[in-house]
Design a protein around this ligand. Structure first.
Ligand code: PGA
Length: 245
């Protein structure tokens, strides 16, 4: 819930002009609903994907205040963030509701970016793997590998979001490896190898290099540092370098 129209436009313009036509890696901007149309006008002439931060599972009807995946597609989105920890914690999103949201997003041929991650309490109680496995199974069970071919998983330990405390590259790698292993268990080895698993939680230009050096970290979900074009573009450049070495 950051930025009005003029700030959103200015940020998107700066990011677009800094990465030019081809960023060398996939870049998505997950903007507030109110700024989707304005940002779409800017990024539609570039390789940047337009994304929303949430979607409701029904297509249309009497659901005052909600926005459907089909409305997001109509607004020009290619991707939707689902299950961000703030949605789970503050707005009561459950694994069941996320399962319906994944289905709705796939139905509109949008890319679901499913966020998973444990809280500090769960982390300290050594329950991180159990929690993440439950979140993955809850949102994804029943789909086929073919249906989920565009899925992106974002591992975001809740204790690292907006706190300045990043998971160490080792800690993040360990969980990404676990997630890949679980995806292999659910949908097969090929699926797990092809699915992008990105890391989020206090990603910055000075820690992205070490994170991207890990074999199972395929990209980043950036919060605070995506609000400043300069730092976000520096992060993109590090990701691009890591992908092309
Ligand atoms: P952060 O946020 O990069 O500021 O920690 C991440 C997020 O909100 O997903």
């Amino acid at each position: 819930m950051n930025f009005g129209l003029s700030e959103s436009r200015a940020l998107a313009e700066k990011i677009k002009s800094s990465i030019q036509k081809d960023a060398g890696c996939d870049v998505a901007l997950f903007v507030p609903f109110t700024a989707l149309s304005a940002v779409k006008d800017i990024v539609s002439s570039s390789s940047i994907w337009l994304g929303a931060q949430n979607a409701f599972w029904e297509k249309s009807g009497a659901f005052t205040g909600e926005v459907s995946a089909s409305q997001l597609r109509d607004a020009g989105c290619q991707a939707v963030l689902l299950g961000h920890s703030e949605r789970r914690r503050l707005f009561g999103e459950t694994d069941d509701s996320l399962h319906k949201k994944v289905a709705a997003v796939l139905d509109e041929a949008l890319i679901p970016v499913l966020c998973v991650g444990e809280t500090l309490e769960e982390h300290q109680a050594q329950k991180a793997r159990e929690v993440v496995e439950r979140q993955l199974a809850g949102a994804l069970s029943g789909f086929s590998a073919a249906q989920l071919s565009s899925l992106i998983i974002a591992y975001e330990p809740v204790w690292a979001i907006g706190t300045g405390k990043t998971a160490s590259p080792d800690q993040a790698q360990d969980m990404h490896d676990f997630i890949r292993d679980r995806l292999a268990g659910f949908f097969g080895h090929d699926f797990s190898q092809k699915t992008r698993i990105i890391y989020g939680g206090s990603v910055k230009a000075d820690n992205i290099d070490a994170l991207m050096a890990e074999p199972d970290i395929d990209g980043a979900l950036v919060g605070g540092d995506s609000l400043k074009a300069e730092s976000f573009v520096r992060i993109i450049n590090f990701v691009r370098k890591a992908i092309h070495v």
